[in-house]
Design a protein around this ligand. Structure first.
Ligand SMILES: CC(C)(COP(=O)(O)OP(=O)(O)OC[C@H]1O[C@@H](n2cnc3c(N)ncnc32)[C@H](O)[C@@H]1OP(=O)(O)O)[C@@H](O)C(=O)NCCC(=O)NCCS
Length: 153
């Protein structure tokens, strides 16, 4: 797998690619926990930004961005399909998501990170804060990163 072959595509809410993305998110983020979607998982998704990573025509990764206010956004629903984990696809997704945020003028990204993925986010410049808590059955922690918006992007 070559990172240059990946395509980071914004997907329109309600479209067929969005439905495929929901199915990908379910398989990679909810089914492994034996969970169905909760109402909170999918509410307000029409107001959020949805991204799929394609390798050829297959979705191999995803993330969703939810605007909190003019300067802050939440990165959620971040996943890479099992067979491509550990190959820097997650890092590629984070960088593309950050580029998108910078273009919107966002200065802070926040994440509710699964505790086991803490090192992944730390390696990408995110800092944890606050106590560990349970989210979707898993130990989780809040993390954030300030983007440098001094440069023209
Ligand atoms: C977490 C996840 C998105 C990371 O994506 P990835 O493509 O595997 O990560 P990368 O290959 O870009 O990893 C970058 C670095 O983070 C490290 N890393 C990645 N996942 C890690 C983990 N679970 N624990 C510790 N380190 C991890 C890698 O070893 C790598 O370190 P290196 O730069 O020293 O080599 C992916 O493993 C995943 O989808 N997991 C299941 C779903 C999930 O947990 N999503 C996050 C919800 S908060």
């Amino acid at each position: 797998m070559i990172l240059a072959d990946l395509k980071f595509i914004q997907v329109e809410f309600g479209s067929l690619p969005y439905k495929n993305l929901i199915s990908f998110r379910y398989s990679n983020l909810r089914a492994p926990l034996n969970l169905e979607w909760s109402k909170a998982d999918l509410e307000d998704e029409d107001k959020q930004f949805h991204f799929a990573v394609y390798l050829n025509n297959e979705i191999i990764g995803c993330c969703v961005l939810k605007k909190i206010n003019d300067s802050k956004i939440r990165l959620r629903q971040m996943a890479v399909i099992g067979k491509y984990r550990g190959m820097k696809v997650g890092t590629y997704i984070i960088k593309k998501a950050e580029d998108f945020c910078q273009k919107l003028g966002i200065i802070e990204i926040e994440i509710t990170a699964r505790y086991y993925a803490l090192q992944f986010y730390k390696k990408n410049g995110y800092t944890s804060y606050g106590d560990i808590f349970i989210d979707v059955t898993l130990e989780s922690v809040k993390m954030k990163k300030l983007l440098n918006n001094n440069t023209n992007v």
